[in-house]
Design a protein around this ligand. Structure first.
Ligand code: PMV
Length: 327
């Protein structure tokens, strides 16, 4: 099935409004999505589980304009129409055009660094789908919105919800059973610290890195079993508010993902020397009794996981962190 067929099945009517305007949070996976079984529809090999970043994410405003091409602004700056960012967006927008005389004008505001492994594409595509839902007054369910967001970027299907979200792997070839589902548990003491090492664009996109891992890593065959184990431990941790279990599981899941990348051919590493230094500092602090863990995505930056009671101490240890309240 093609993306356009998925869209045609989900979007059956519209009623054009003046504008669409929506926010979606970024999300950080505690159990990672790494590997696709279908690259056209962004269908994953395994389920994954994330936590939303509260007020950190993307806001998108969209309207129709009578111009020959789409006009896209990112944080108030008009984007180069030939940049990879705009080309990717335009091919996604092509799925939703209703009239050849109109193009879209889009303003996206992101309060997280773009493409530095901080999930900016997830909140970007999720907020775009929510804004399109308003512009066209589709009145879609969150399940359908999550499926549409997945067509833009896999992890975007988890950004339709705030809080803990499980992206269920599904088994259908058309992906209609592969979408984000809210896990209805709030954990206000749970904090995330964004520890920026480098805000530059990543050396290799997650899309390309994922594919290379699936095709060449010695260890990829172990990944689905690891994920099944980690997902059930994380759900138990969330249900029991067991922070040690959550932290241990999320950290080892991230390290397993990076280990697979290191064993890909050619090897992929998102670690910078400073990333490694910080990881050692986190381990030393933990050894001295501080309950602090980390996770890392397709970039050199770390996300610290800790509880409210240790916030002041952790802020002193890492003065550069930005503390996020997911709940
Ligand atoms: O959705 P993508 O293609 O940006 O891939 C996201 C990959 C990770 O962030 C590394 C893991 C995840 O589950 O978010």
């Amino acid at each position: 099935m093609k993306k356009s067929d998925v869209v045609k099945t989900i979007v059956t009517h519209y009623n054009l409004k003046a504008e669409g305007h929506a926010f979606a949070p970024a999300n950080i996976a505690l159990c990672k999505y790494w590997g696709k079984r279908n690259t056209e529809l962004n269908l994953p090999v395994t389920s994954s589980l994330s936590v939303g970043l509260g007020k950190k994410g993307s806001t998108t405003k969209i309207k129709m304009i009578e111009k020959s091409q789409d006009v896209i602004y990112l944080n108030d700056v008009e984007c180069d129409p030939h940049s990879p960012f705009v080309m990717r967006l335009i091919s996604f927008l092509n799925l939703f055009r209703t009239n050849n005389n109109f193009r879209f004008e889009i303003h996206t505001f992101s309060n997280i660094p773009i493409a530095a492994g901080l999930a900016s594409s997830a909140s970007g595509f999720a907020s775009l789908v929510l804004a399109l839902n308003q512009l066209f007054d589709w009145q879609l369910s969150t399940k359908d919105l999550s499926i549409l967001a997945r067509l833009g970027s896999g992890s975007a299907c988890r950004s339709i919800w705030p809080g803990f979200v499980e992206w269920q792997v599904g088994e259908l070839q058309n992906g209609f059973d592969s979408f984000g589902v809210l896990l209805p548990f709030a954990w206000p003491e749970f904090k995330i610290g964004l520890l920026m090492v480098d805000a530059q664009q990543k050396p290799i996109s997650s899309r390309a890195a994922m594919q290379r891992t699936v095709e060449t890593s010695l260890f990829y065959k172990l990944w689905p079993d690891e994920v099944a184990k980690d997902l059930s431990a994380l759900k138990e941790a969330i249900f029991k508010l067991d922070f040690t279990l959550l932290g241990q599981t999320a950290e080892s899941n991230a390290l397993a993902m990076h280990a697979m990348m290191l064993t890909s051919m050619p090897a992929i590493s998102y670690f910078l020397p400073e990333t490694i230094e910080l990881i050692h500092r986190i381990w030393n602090l933990r050894q001295s009794g501080l309950p602090i863990y980390f996770t890392q995505d397709a970039g050199p930056n770390l996300k610290l996981l800790f509880l409210e009671k240790d916030k002041n101490y952790i802020q002193k240890e890492f003065p550069q962190i930005e503390v996020v309240d997911p709940f």
